[in-house]
Design a protein around this ligand. Structure first.
Ligand code: DAH
Length: 356
C-alpha cells in the first residue's frame, strides 16, 4: 500500500478515536467516504492515471477503503452501545424509593351502601338487576296493581314526561325501583332472586326529601316461598348491614298495592340519642310483603305455582342512620369537605360483619 493511503488510514483511525459521539463520528465518515471525501477524491484521481498504473493503484485504494470502512463501522458500534448505556443510565428507576403521594379519591357513601348491600345479599345468593330511570306508567304503576286513580299515584308526586308520538303509555321518571320487579319477571323464568339498587324520582324537595334519591328493591320468587323466608332474609340483612347482631327487628302490618300481606319493618333505636339497637323505640326502615298474585299474573307468572316476597328501602335513609349523617342535601352537593369527611377509602374491604 502506498504511503498516502497508509497515511489516510492512520489519520482516519485517529479521527475516529477522537470522535466521542455519533455526530462527530458521522463527520469523520463523510470527510473520508462522502461525495468529496478524501478517499473518494483518490478514487476520482484514478481516471487521470495511465492505464498500466491504474489497476495497481485501484486495487490499493480498494484495500485501503475496505480497512477504513471496517474501522468506521466498528467505531459506530462502540459509540451506539455507549449512547444506549447512557440513555439507560439516565432512565434508571430506583424501585426501592417510597412512592410519591398523590391525592386519592373516596367512595361516596351512597356507592358504599350499594356495595355493602351487593355483598350482603350476594352472600345469600341474590343477584343484581337494573332498569332504566325513564319508565312507562304501566311498569311503574299499572303492572304493580296501582290503578289509574289510586292514591299511591298522587302520594308519589310523579314527574310525567311528554308522551312519544303514537305511544299509548305515558312515560314517567320512575318513582320507585319496583318497576324493575316487573321487567325482571317478564324477562326471566322463576326462580328469581334479585336486588335492584338505583335512582328514583319524586317531585318533592325539602330538608328530608330530594327530587332524585336512591332505593334498593328486592324480589325473590320460587316455589313454596313464605313470610318466614321474607323475615329471615330481612332480619339477617339488617343485622349485617348495621353491624349489630342483636338489632331488634319488628314486622308491622301495613299496605302496599303490590304485596299481600304487606309489612313495614322497624328497627330498635333510642329516639333521644339516635343510637341504633336499643333504647326501646322503633324506627321504620323499609316496606315489604308477599308479592300480590295479581302482580305475578300481570308479569306472566302463575301465582298458583310460584310465590315470592319483595321489599324496598331508601338508600340515603339507611346510609344516614348507619353513619350518623344528619342532613340529606349534602349527598348531592359534591362539597369536597363533606366527601372527605363521609367518604370511604376505595381500598376498605366491604366486609360482612361477623357474628350475624
Ligand atoms: N315501592 C315502595 C316505595 O317506593 C317500597 C316497597 C314497599 C317496595 C314494599 C316493595 C315492597 O317491593 O314490597 O315506597
Amino acid at each position: 500500500m502506498t504511503d498516502d493511503l497508509l497515511a489516510l488510514q492512520h489519520a482516519t483511525d485517529a479521527a475516529l478515536a477522537a470522535a466521542t459521539d455519533l455526530r462527530a463520528w458521522d463527520a469523520v465518515r463523510v470527510g473520508v467516504l462522502g461525495k468529496s471525501g478524501s478517499l473518494t477524491e483518490k478514487l476520482k484521481g484514478l481516471g487521470a492515471l495511465p492505464p498500466e498504473q491504474r489497476r495497481e493503484r485501484g486495487a490499493a485504494i480498494n484495500v485501503a477503503k475496505d480497512a477504513i470502512t471496517a474501522a468506521i463501522e466498528a467505531r459506530k458500534a462502540v459509540l451506539e452501545a455507549a449512547a444506549l448505556d447512557a440513555k439507560l443510565a439516565g432512565e434508571r428507576i430506583d424501585v426501592t424509593l417510597p412512592p410519591a403521594l398523590s391525592a386519592l379519591g373516596l367512595i361516596h357513601p351512597i356507592s358504599r351502601t350499594m356495595d355493602e348491600m351487593a355483598a350482603i345479599f350476594g352472600a345469600m345468593g341474590i343477584a343484581i338487576a337494573e332498569g332504566p330511570d325513564v319508565e312507562d306508567d304501566w311498569r311503574n304503576f299499572g303492572a304493580l296493581n296501582i290503578p289509574a286513580h289510586h292514591s299511591a299515584r298522587e302520594d308519589m308526586d310523579t314527574f310525567y314526561l311528554p308522551g312519544l308520538n303514537g305511544e299509548a303509555r305515558r312515560r314517567v321518571l320512575r318513582t320507585h325501583t319496583s318497576p324493575v320487579q316487573v321487567r325482571t319477571m317478564l324477562g326471566q323464568e322463576p326462580p328469581i332472586r334479585v336486588i335492584v339498587p338505583g335512582r328514583t324520582y319524586r317531585a318533592d324537595h325539602d330538608a328530608t326529601h330530594s327530587p332524585m334519591f336512591h332505593q334498593v328493591e328486592g324480589l325473590v320468587i320460587d316455589r313454596g316461598i313464605t313470610l318466614g323466608h321474607l323475615k329471615g332474609c330481612l332480619i339477617d340483612f339488617l343485622r349485617a348491614f348495621f353491624g349489630i347482631s342483636s338489632l331488634p327487628v319488628r314486622f308491622r302490618s301495613s299496605y302496599f298495592p303490590f304485596t299481600e300481606p304487606s309489612m313495614e319493618v322497624d328497627i330498635g333505636w333510642n329516639r333521644r340519642t339516635g343510637e341504633l339497637g336499643g333504647g326501646g323505640d322503633w324506627l321504620e326502615i323499609l316496606g315489604s310483603g308477599m308479592v300480590h298474585p295479581k302482580v305475578l299474573a300481570n308479569c306472566g307468572i302463575d301465582p298458583r305455582e310460584w310465590q315470592g316476597f319483595a321489599f324496598g328501602m331508601g338508600i340515603e335513609r339507611v346510609t344516614m342512620l348507619k353513619h350518623g349523617i344528619p342532613d340529606l342535601r349534602p349527598f348531592y352537593e359534591s362539597d369536597i369537605r363533606w366527601l372527605r369527611h363521609y367518604g370511604f377509602s376505595a381500598l376498605a374491604a366491604v366486609a360482612l360483619h361477623e357474628g350475624v
